[in-house]
Design a protein around this ligand. Sequence first.
Ligand SMILES: NC(=O)c1ccc[n+]([C@@H]2O[C@H](COP(=O)([O-])OP(=O)(O)OC[C@H]3O[C@@H](n4cnc5c(N)ncnc54)[C@H](O)[C@@H]3O)[C@@H](O)[C@H]2O)c1
Length: 435
Amino acid sequence: MTTRRDFIKSMSLLTAAGLAAPSVLAEEYKRGMMGANDRINVALIGCRGMGWSNLNDFLIHPDVDCIALCDIDRGILEGRASELEKRRNRKPEIYNDYRKLLERKDVDAVIIGTPDHWHCLQMVDACAAGKDVYVEKPLANSIAECDVMVAAARRYERVVQVGQQQRSGNHWHEMKKYIDSGKLGHIAKVNVWGNFAYAAILNPVPDSPVPAGVDFDLWLGPAPQRTFNERRFHGSWRMFWDYGGGLLTDWGVHLLDMALWGMNVTGMPKRVMATGGNFTYPQNYAETFDTLTVLYEFDDFTIQWSNVVVESGPYGRNYGLEFVGTNGTLVANRESWEVYPVQNRTEPVKSMPNYQDHKDHVTNFLESMKTRNKNTACTVENGSLCAKYAHLGNISARVKEALVFDDEKKTFRHKAADELIKPDYRKPWKFPRVG
Ligand SMILES: NC(=O)c1ccc[n+]([C@@H]2O[C@H](COP(=O)([O-])OP(=O)(O)OC[C@H]3O[C@@H](n4cnc5c(N)ncnc54)[C@H](O)[C@@H]3O)[C@@H](O)[C@H]2O)c1
């Protein structure tokens, strides 16, 4: 089989002989000459939590090398570089600024494991630099960023996988097949919930000097300037609007993705209505809501999201989703799905996962890169749809109004809600344009 390097060598000879212009070379490369036996060089941007977990599943593949790591926290960066060196006997290059990393021609793909407010700039810049991208969920921290990321993946013809690993899960596929069979009857309601205690920050600390080795200005990036506070930093940034969207963007996108997929929804709801606040813990330091209910309205069904910070929930599950059909109710989460029949109108069914979702998701991305298949298990369009649903819910709760979002004209026709569609990037960062 022709490997990518064989191909590039032969194309270089042609180029040297004046037979193929470099643009032809780039075009052929884009079209998929990466052979099944060829090696893939990846780089990781954002090394602390999920980015590192992602990389570990990439490294299961012997044909993958991680040649570079990037983080704004020197301690994390150096620690991860040593771990990687032990594992693969080769030290990766380390970077503080992802733009320098993207200048490297030998990086085929980047994994983006940074906080949500960074996904858009880093993903668009990576696409423009000709890299394929595995980007964590939620796709972005705003509706407008989702749109520009979809545009970038298309414009630069990149293979993109969004980190919603359920899309590669065997039991989720079985669930979808079961729903599509029609055995549940008419599904008029889908309930989705994610109840996690970590969304309440009950031990605030005062602002403090930036820890040694942290480039806090680069952590903030396009987000508004502010002094350092440990509770708004590593891990718990997700509970502050400038960087994340609370449980609805954190868990909601995973589960809403399954709800929308199950119900074959590909566009915006007719209306969104939400209410929320820090009702469980009024002293909660988090800005995002510890108690939230969102209703998405469609022609003949509704989808409801709810979260609290008390870790219990229906069917003994603190997170999951429930498709309520006239013949039975299907309840699902990562542990299993099962059908509770209405009288005897359908059979009870139970399906267990193989717990390979994440590994299979990474494998799907790598295979898609090799074949230049843009239709990955979770495309940028899939990621964008459910991220937008999450933002719709948060926006409705923040402005305390039922809203209709016109996704063509990009407006709610509501001043305060429209102001939350697109963030103002802090200078010198500029909201990306894809021309
Ligand atoms: N797919 C999943 O199941 C899953 C699970 C957890 C988290 N996530 C997602 O992964 C992302 C990261 O979450 P986390 O919990 O690992 O966060 P985290 O705060 O633990 O880690 C983020 C890392 O990014 C680094 N970083 C911040 N700005 C950077 C920049 N400009 N350049 C380089 N590095 C930068 C931080 O220093 C930190 O090391 C989030 O989008 C989150 O939603 C997905």
